[in-house]
Design a protein around this ligand. Structure first.
Ligand SMILES: Nc1nc2c(c(=O)[nH]1)N[C@H]1C(S)=C(S)[C@@H](COP(=O)(O)OP(=O)(O)OC[C@H]3O[C@@H](n4cnc5c(N)ncnc54)[C@H](O)[C@@H]3O)O[C@H]1N2
Ligand code: MOO
Length: 398
């Protein structure tokens, strides 16, 4: 029944398919995965524009200033002829016939006559001297139409994760919405007669440590809510069958004690149990099941560090696939002999410095003290005596 750790994680990744594609407003797309490529809806820039505040000029100087154009103005209706100049703002469309833009700093203006003051810094990108004595060359400080991208050009490929910069790029390219995989909806069910939701623990009563940490561990998912239940199989069955969640995350009741009802309840509901116990420490009673109808149940053990280990092993990979995320290359570090288990994978809280992982201790199954101090969990395979290991980042959801 008990499955090797790597196989359990892969089983969670493969248990589901990415959720449907939905069109969402840009601000709602951050963190989601593109379900189709993003193409530019217009040339960028849409017309030749000035990159500097100054004067667009035609031909050799001096020039006669014949007009002015600001950012937001339409393209001037008249073209510049040789010897003519137009005052331009950064981002303003330049008149047809413009050869270059003379920046304000290099402009010597007397009445309507403009010439280049070569005694000031020229800002040639290839010139390192304060003043090179050269006038700006043809095309200087002009942004050609479509020089960043052309209409129809693919800017982002399917499967890219929508970052803040992606949002800005998509907006700049003309999009109001993006087609992304729907974020999974998760619901949390915390079980246990002994649990307290506030105040200090006392003999016989334990503060719920899992409910508070779960929302920020639900990578890329929307939390519909957290339900607290007594150790009652009927209530647990009802919680697993109602609601609109794609994934139900239960806490506790995974073991074999009289009050541990999860496995029995899943059996009565006709669930397909894909993972029932994992050869890892902590967290070995964790499970993954699919209910008739397709919603998934991830059973986190009640011991809080064991629950954390189960999130990393089963829940995050499952949510990743549902959200359309593909597996990223793992972070790794060198880890010495930390007392590997002969058969089970150990998940060990570590800090990482210059490629070396250092255990922080405090890693008993009932305690999150080590995980709270750690930047990552090192995946220590059975028999490890020292060498490169995978790191699972402890941080919050993206
Ligand atoms: N006979 C066996 N007993 C146990 C086994 C086993 O293989 N055979 N496995 C042990 C391991 S390992 C774990 S892990 C736990 C898993 O237990 P459950 O998932 O059934 O959880 P509970 O029994 O409800 O609680 C275990 C422990 O954790 C505390 N707890 C529960 N929920 C929370 C919470 N939300 N926040 C903080 N602490 C919580 C609870 O009070 C218990 O102390 O089973 C072992 N037993
Ligand atoms: O596997 Mo348990 O999760 O050690 O406490």
């Amino acid at each position: 029944m008990t499955m090797p750790w790597t196989l359990a994680r892969q089983t969670a990744r493969d248990a589901v398919k990415p959720l449907d594609a939905v069109e969402v407003a840009l601000p709602d797309a951050v963190g989601a995965v593109l379900a189709s490529a993003v193409r530019a809806l217009a040339d960028q820039p849409a017309c030749a524009t000035s990159a500097m505040d100054g004067y667009a000029v035609s031909g050799p100087g001096p020039w006669t200033i014949t007009g002015r154009v600001a950012a937001g103005d339409p393209v001037p209706g008249v073209a510049l002829g040789p010897g003519e100049a137009f005052g331009v703002a950064t981002g303003a469309p330049v008149p047809d016939g413009s050869d270059l833009v003379v920046p304000v700093e290099q402009s010597a203006v007397a009445g309507a006559v403009l010439s280049v003051d070569t005694g000031v810094p020229c800002r040639h990108t290839d010139c390192r001297r304060e003043s090179c004595g050269r006038p700006p060359h043809r095309g200087k400080h002009l942004r050609r139409r479509g020089e960043d991208w052309s209409a129809g050009e693919e800017l982002l490929h399917t499967g890219a994760v929508v970052s803040p910069a992606v949002l800005g790029l998509a907006a700049g390219a003309g999009h109001d919405t993006l087609l992304v995989h729907r974020r999974p909806r998760a619901a949390v069910v915390v079980t246990g007669d002994e649990l307290l939701r506030s105040g200090p623990p006392r003999p016989g009563r334990v503060r719920d440590a899992i409910g508070p940490m779960l929302p920020s561990l639900l990578t890329g998912a929307d939390l519909l809510g957290t339900t607290y239940l007594r150790d009652d199989p009927a209530a647990l069955a009802a919680a697993l069958t109602g609601g609109a969640a794609d994934v139900l995350v239960t806490c506790g009741a995974t073991s074999v004690g009289a009050a541990d009802h999860l496995r029995h309840v899943l059996a009565t509901l006709g669930a397909d149990v894909l993972v029932s116990g994992v050869a890892c420490r902590p967290g070995h009673p964790m499970l993954l099941a699919v209910l008739p109808g397709g919603r998934c149940v991830v059973g986190l053990p009640g011991n809080p560090f064991a629950a954390f280990a189960a999130v990393m092993t089963l829940l995050r990979p499952l949510l990743d696939t549902l959200g359309g995320h593909t597996a990223r290359p793992p972070a790794t570090a060198w880890l010495g002999d930390v007392g590997a288990h002969p058969r089970d994978t150990r998940l060990v809280p570590v800090t990482r410095s210059r490629g070396v992982a250092v255990p922080v201790g405090h890693d008993r199954p009932g305690s999150l003290r080590g995980a709270a101090l750690a930047g990552a969990l090192a995946v220590v395979p059975p028999g490890h005596r020292g060498g490169e290991v995978e790191l699972l980042t402890c941080g919050s959801a993206s």
